[in-house]
Design a protein around this ligand. Sequence first.
Ligand code: SAM
Length: 217
Amino acid sequence: MLYIVATPIGNLKDISFRAIEVLKNVDLIACEDTRHTRILLDHYGVNVPTTSYFQHNRVTKGEYILGLLKENKNIALVSDAGTPGILDPGYNLINLAIKSNIEITVIPGAAAFVNALVLSGKPAHRFFFEGFLPNRSQARINRLKELAKMDYTVIFYESCHRILKTLEDIQEIFGDKEIVCARELTKKFEEIKRASPKQILEEFQKQKPRGEFVIII
Ligand code: SAM
């Protein structure tokens, strides 16, 4: 059986009893980054072997893991943070398992966008999860123009490297609309900013933005 196991998005305590129980009892844990996940496993005394499963080895490693599943091994899939399959290669393994009729289940837990959405106070009954915007500036502007036509709350993921540029583009398309920028959720420096893109940009220009971000419009 393949267990899709959600792990914390920062605070190590944000994991379920069932997730720990599953991690302790599987034959192998497939991790996006074994060193990163080791911190969590050591914290909870999980001594199960791990293997890496990430973007660049997903084809060969996917076949290897599928082979083990076909031999009736129990395997847990975890990502660096949050729910596997949401913007990480977990999606590919999940589909390999489905196509091969392997039994799969999910052990629920954190996903950054859900927590940012509820904290934002923006309408959460209809929302659009965009994930990461395109890298190239013109493509990003074009995409933001498309999203501006939508009658939904829109959610993006962003890294500290691109947050300033993205906020500039959001300002260009959305003007002074109040947006929400959730930074480092569940971590020591968790911060929620509710202001116009221009005001948030000014604050980040005074103090260099660090960490991981979810933006809600
Ligand atoms: N699978 C993950 C999930 O369930 O949310 C998402 C993985 S995606 C590759 C990583 C992005 O999630 C980061 O760039 C950031 O935008 C967002 N993210 C992850 N942890 C976060 C946190 N603690 N606070 C804010 N955003 C976070």
